[in-house]
Design a protein around this ligand. Structure first.
Ligand SMILES: Nc1nc2c(c(=O)[nH]1)N[C@H]1C(S)=C(S)[C@@H](COP(=O)(O)OP(=O)(O)OC[C@H]3O[C@@H](n4cnc5c(N)ncnc54)[C@H](O)[C@@H]3O)O[C@H]1N2
Ligand code: MOO
Length: 393
């Protein structure tokens, strides 16, 4: 198989699995989910002209008074009677204006003696401190689009729009398999030859911000039967992710095991560095992603394939991570025939690539807060050149 360009591989991956069905969820459980339907305002906000301050509702043209204070209006109280000429209404923040009033005199600028009220000399234009009816949104207005993500502010908007439940994409089940005879669980003793298995904890941390339940199926030996059995245990998941054993060595069992378990491979080997041996296919109803074992390769391929696939299946209309332009603060060598995803960090002077770009250099990777995308065939880049970066969460 020849190397598949990253964008083509992402498109093929998205074509491999539809988004999951929608479910109706209370707004309090919607954080981080993607909307399955547009959200339309069921009510008008504000429902009528409201005061933005504590003070007095008056006719602006009558400033600086005097006025006669005849009524009170507070949020949640009885609506005030209409205002006659020369009258003022005591009013509090969030309360409806009486008919006839068109401005709020804040109490700091008011002199009141019994029911007698005057204003300080400051001008009082019509509309001052008034939140007009429907100035936020009107009933029937489109508030949020299907496929957009629900964060705190979107949830506030939906609630004010009158919604207590929302239709969102279901949570996904993601099963993780870590392959390798050398691997031991985190924190276990490491006699010579043993390696702590860091990929599953790293992937679980990456997935933690997304609406999915991670099922860590642990470490699988470099053995065909063991891997077939592990894949069988994982097939109830929506996405099965393995790390390691994806390359061409004698002990790289993932591809043959996947075939023996009944999986159909869609692609293998991507024109990217790190991450070349990435593979994807279907195992029954599950989507399968075989990531390379090197921790840096697993991280970069997860950023570009696993997380976007979770977003896609959870209902995101824009599942790919956004790219930004930034200036380099360190020079870069030419790239080869694969796209480079260099680990880097943002400094005051610009983007600095970390010193080791080896696929196993985890200390350098941990310094990175972005990836520099350098397309295949790029010439060397100098300090001050513009590059594309992908910020890391
Ligand atoms: N002759 C070739 N050799 C290799 C090629 C190639 O094209 N031809 N590709 C290289 C590239 S690129 C990569 S990336 C690696 C990927 O190999 P595998 O996916 O088969 O991964 P392993 O060999 O199983 O492991 C690689 C490396 O990562 C360590 N590892 C594995 N799992 C974990 C884990 N859960 N936690 C931490 N570290 C892990 C493992 O011990 C190895 O050191 O292949 C190249 N070879
Ligand atoms: O592509 Mo591998 O992922 O270079 O290390």
């Amino acid at each position: 198989m020849s190397l598949l360009p990253v964008a083509q591989a992402q498109a093929r991956l998205f074509a491999l699995a539809d988004r999951l069905p929608a479910e109706d969820v209370p707004v309090t459980a919607c954080a981080g989910r993607w909307l399955a339907r547009d959200v339309i305002a069921q009510r008008t906000q504000p429902w009528t002209d409201l005061s933005a301050m504590d003070g007095y509702a008056v006719r602006a043209a009558e400033a600086p008074g005097p006025w006669h204070v005849t009524a009170t209006s507070r949020a949640g109280g009885t609506p005030p009677p209409p205002l006659s000429p020369g009258e003022a209404c005591r009013i509090f923040t969030g309360a409806p204006l009486p008919e006839g009033a068109d401005a709020i005199l804040i109490q700091e600028n008011a002199a009141r003696n019994g029911d007698h009220l005057t204003a300080s000399a400051d001008p009082l234009p019509p509309g001052r401190h008034v939140r007009p009816a429907a100035s936020d949104f009107a009933q029937g207005a489109p508030l949020l689009k299907a496929g957009s993500r629900l964060g705190p502010t979107q949830i506030a908007l939906a609630v004010l729009g009158g919604h207590g439940r929302l239709s969102v994409g279901q949570r996904l089940r993601v099963a993780l398999l870590s392959t390798g005879d050398e691997l031991v669980p985190p924190g276990a003793p490491t006699p010579p030859g043993a390696l702590p298995s860091s990929n599953a904890p790293m992937l679980a941390a990456m997935l933690a911000a997304l609406p999915c339940d991670v099922i860590d199926l642990g470490i699988v030996a470099d053995d065909l039967d063991a891997m077939v059995t592990a894949l069988d245990r994982a097939r109830q998941a929506d996405i099965i992710v393995s790390t390691g054993g994806a390359s061409v060595g004698d002990h790289d069992m993932v591809r043959p095991a996947f075939a023996q378990a009944g999986g159909t491979l869609d692609f293998w080997k991507i024109a990217m560095r790190p991450g070349k041996p990435l593979m994807a296919g279907r195992l029954g109803k599950a989507l399968f992603l075989g990531l390379p074992g090197n921790p840096v390769s697993a991280f970069v391929t997860s950023t570009l394939f696993l997380l976007p696939m979770v977003r896609h299946m959870a209902g995101a209309s824009a599942p790919l991570p956004p790219l930004h332009e930034a200036r380099l603060a360190s020079p870069l060598p030419a790239t080869g025939d694969r796209d480079d995803y260099l680990r880097a960090f943002r400094s005051e002077g610009g983007i600095v690539s970390v010193t080791s770009q080896d696929s196993a250099a985890t200390a350098a990777m941990a310094l990175a807060d972005c990836l520099i995308l350098r397309p295949a065939g790029s010439p060397p880049a100098a300090i001050g050149d513009t590059v594309q970066i992908l910020p890391l969460p």
